[in-house]
Ligand binder design. Structure first.
Ligand code: AHM
Ligand code: MG
Length: 336
């Protein structure tokens, strides 16, 4: 049997090989991974713990929060605020940033997260996840403000997600490829189970919420209609469809076997940008997908090039297998 490589060993070896993981960043990744283990325990308790159902509160986007949204948010904050690796955190579930309290040392990184992605799946026992993104605090001034977070996604130092599914898997990029770690529940440790993850450039599988079709822009309708036309249509092949309604689970499938994921421009949303959040969902997933050889755009522009104007900004998302994302983006450029 080949030797098992732990997350710690992987990070140490990456640092030796590439020098791209300063001690604060390594601590940050290990702390987030540990927090994900705690969240996994709560997720697994389900109806046996007091974790299911609504918390009867709303987040800044006006969405009703689930108990697990709040539990996961608290676990991530508590785990991360004392270590000295962070200046501040931002979360999909908090109105404004959480600055590391004065009683702890301030670090040089900023952490952003969607603590529990796929909230609508919590109570029905379908895969959900935690998504995170790491930025450097680039300004050297004392203190930290929301403005420090408004950096384009290409400046991320690291990004990852943890999927709570049949297995608990942590997927990580530090800008040098993508690695997957599976949680060994008996040992309580993360074991490297896949490195240099690559998304196939071609696919016959798309993921989109078809019930929104009447709200899409013409380029998206054209792309999906062509997929649905099958072997006698312009694509001359049959496509399969999957929609889990947990971005983490849909992206994970794409990393494992290819595919295209779209949460497009939507005529109902304010600003019509779509549903997903740039800084907690699109940027980290865009970074991971690019590092695995795929592409991520908003239909017109590379996601990682967008400079955010506010913390909770929404964005249209098209990501996954390179040739399909290029096609959708070309249809947007052609106007339909
Ligand atoms: P959440 O962060 O509140 O859970 O919302 C994001 C989720 C994504 O994981 C998923 O792709 C999408 O919302 C599903 O939306 P819909 O229910 O409109 O299909
Ligand atoms: Mg989410």
């Amino acid at each position: 049997m080949s030797a098992r490589v732990s997350l710690t060993q992987y990070l140490v070896e990456q640092q030796r090989a590439n020098g791209n993981i300063p001690p604060q960043l390594r601590l940050l990744i290990e702390v987030v991974a540990r927090a994900c283990k705690r969240i996994a325990i709560s997720v697994n308790k389900g109806a046996l713990g007091d974790v299911l159902g609504s918390a009867h509160s709303e987040n800044v986007q006006g969405e009703v929060q689930k108990k697990l949204d709040i539990i996961a948010n608290e676990v991530l904050i508590e785990a991360n605020e004392w270590g000295g690796h962070l200046a501040a955190m931002a979360s999909e579930e908090m109105d404004s940033i959480h600055v590391v309290p004065n009683r702890f040392p301030q670090g040089e990184y900023l952490l952003l997260f969607d603590p529990l992605d796929g909230s609508s799946n919590i109570d029905v026992n379908v895969s959900i996840g935690t998504i995170f993104s790491v930025l450097r605090k680039v300004n050297n001034h004392r203190g930290v403000s929301e403005e420090d977070f408004l950096q384009p996604g290409k400046q991320q130092a690291a990004a990852g997600y943890c999927i709570y599914g049949p297995q608990v898997t942590l997927v990580l990029t530090l800008g040098d490829g993508v690695a997957m770690f599976t949680l060994d529940r008996e040992m309580g440790s993360w074991v490297l189970t896949e490195k240099d993850v690559k998304i196939p450039s071609d696919t016959k599988e798309f993921a989109i919420n078809m019930s929104n079709k009447r709200h899409w822009a013409p380029p998206v309708t054209r792309y999906i209609d062509e997929c649905l036309a099958g072997t006698t249509g312009p694509r001359e092949k049959d496509f399969n469809m999957r929609w889990i309604a947990s971005m983490v689970a849909d992206v994970h499938r794409i990393l494992c076997r290819g595919g295209i994921f779209m949460y497009p421009w939507d005529a109902r949303e304010p600003g019509k940008a779509g549903k997903l959040r740039l800084m907690y969902e699109a940027n980290p997933m865009g970074f991971i997908v690019e590092q695995a050889g795929g592409l991520a755009t908003n239909g017109r522009q590379r996601i990682l090039d967008i400079t955010p104007t506010k913390l909770h900004e929404r964005v249209a998302v098209v990501l996954g297998s390179r040739n399909e994302v290029e096609r959708v983006t070309r249809y947007h450029q052609e106007g339909a």
